[in-house]
Ligand binder design. Structure first.
Ligand code: PMP
Length: 420
């Protein structure tokens, strides 16, 4: 088997081949990537999430410190003393587990508090919790949309949304292309029972935003509902950190808000916010909620983190200082960072092999970033993706900029270098 032009997707479902054989081939492919120093996945950190982490590389015995640009803990709240204290207190009072699924004994006061708090954060009253942000999307859309319905997706929505829409009709429109969205809405207008437009607030690969006011207007004009996943927007975007929905003041215009506690809120779990009737429906009909044990008492930390978004806005200010510094520095060096307007900063490379090599060289220089390629983005759109945190210092970011300048000499990634 030739591995050069393959990706993980090629091993998803090989026709006519037993799954254990496929797994064996996939193992060989991973060994091939590792042999080239291109297996940038599952790198083990020996230290907590933070602007620097001590990493154990595959095959290495001695760990290496690196500036970390791979964490969605944008405000640093997973390490905040008040958040940790709330987790410890929650655990002391309620123990380490909740013991049952929500309908039959696993619904506790801390779950109810979190439902109310996250709903109120978005100026609403009702929310349902899931144990991951992934399931918040996949389970909700699976429960709400069936074969008589249609999901209209921005192409760049998260994999969890696609999974939730496997049993319904799906039409995608080119990323952020509102003319195409309108065309799809027009064509679907009289044909389906429930029509749902699903977009992200902040997109996870490009860091750009949805033009939500126009999307909401179009969606409702054609009799569809609007669902927004603002996993990367919460805590980061908007004057008070309420995400893209706040930027456009659409608190009462978005029919379904989904999100995660695993990024700026420093914990784990997902939420869905919608009308009281829809939320109650999900609580009794969404199988992944109904038949799965509820979150542990450690979610008490999320209650504190949500308060800190308002009580300590300085973290958001620090984060934006860092975003602007890194983004500005990369642009000055001639790199293409696309249209990012969030804490996700891509450096577009294009070519997959060059991107893998860039990731490897950066890591050698003590910069831990994510090479992103097909199928996460299209084949010609590979990039190095970085997540900025409030806790990065100027020294960290200067080290990143210097490393990029260095790898540009070797790989010719920037516009300046390509033109020379
Ligand atoms: N939505 C988006 C846009 C995401 O980027 C992610 C996580 N990468 C999720 C949902 C899933 O959230 P979680 O990690 O909490 O499962």
């Amino acid at each position: 088997m030739k591995y050069e032009n393959l990706s993980f997707k090629d091993f998803e479902n090989i026709q006519g081949q037993d799954i254990f054989t496929t797994a064996g081939q996939f193992n060989s492919y991973l060994a091939y990537l590792q042999g080239n120093g291109h297996l940038n996945y599952r790198i083990e950190s020996l230290t907590p999430v933070g602007p620097e982490m001590n990493l154990l590389m595959p095959g290495n015995k001695i760990p290496q410190w690196a500036v970390c640009l791979v964490s969605n803990d944008y405000l640093g709240f997973s390490q905040h003393p008040k958040v940790k204290e709330a987790v410890i207190r929650g655990t002391e009072v309620f123990g380490t587990g909740s013991g049952a699924s929500p309908a039959i004994g696993g619904h506790f006061v801390y779950h109810r508090q979190l439902e109310r708090k996250i709903a109120a954060f978005y100026k609403r009253t009702d929310a349902i919790l899931y144990t991951t942000g992934y399931t918040a999307n996949s389970a909700t859309f699976q429960c709400l949309l069936h074969k008589e319905d249609i999901a209209i997706l921005d192409m760049a929505v998260h994999a969890s949304v696609y999974e939730g829409c496997l049993a319904t009709n799906v039409k995608t429109f080119l990323h952020n292309n509102l003319e195409q969205l309108e065309l799809v809405l027009k064509n679907a207008q009289h044909s389906y029972r429930t029509k749902m437009v699903i977009v992200d607030g902040v997109y996870s690969q490009d860091g750009d935003l949805a033009d939500l006011a126009k999307i909401a207007e179009l969606t409702h004009r054609y009799g569809a509902y609007l669902a927004v996943d603002d996993a990367h927007g919460v805590g980061v975007v908007g004057d008070t950190g309420r995400g893209v929905i706040e930027m456009y003041d659409l608190f009462d215009q978005v029919d379904i808000i989904t999100g995660t506690f695993s990024k700026a809120l420093g914990n784990m779990g997902g939420y869905v916010i919608a009308s009281p009737e829809l939320i109650l429906y999900l609580k009794y009909q969404s199988k992944q909620h109904l038949f799965s044990t509820t979150a542990t008492p450690a979610i008490a930390g999320i209650l504190k983190a949500i308060e800190l978004v308002d009580e300590e806005p300085q973290w958001r200010d620090e984060l934006w200082n860092n975003i602007n510094y890194l983004k500005g520095g990369l642009i000055d060096l001639g790199f293409d960072v696309g249209t990012t307007a969030s804490a996700v900063i891509p450096v577009k490379v294009g070519d997959i092999a060059k991107t893998l090599e860039a990731g490897k060289l950066l890591l050698k220089m003590g910069i831990f970033s994510n090479p992103i390629m097909y199928p996460a983005v299209s084949k010609k759109n590979a990039r190095i993706r970085m997540n900025v945190m409030a806790t990065h210092t100027r020294e960290h970011l200067d080290k990143v900029l210097n490393a990029f300048s260095d790898i540009d000499q070797k790989l010719s990634i920037s516009k300046n270098k390509l033109a020379s």
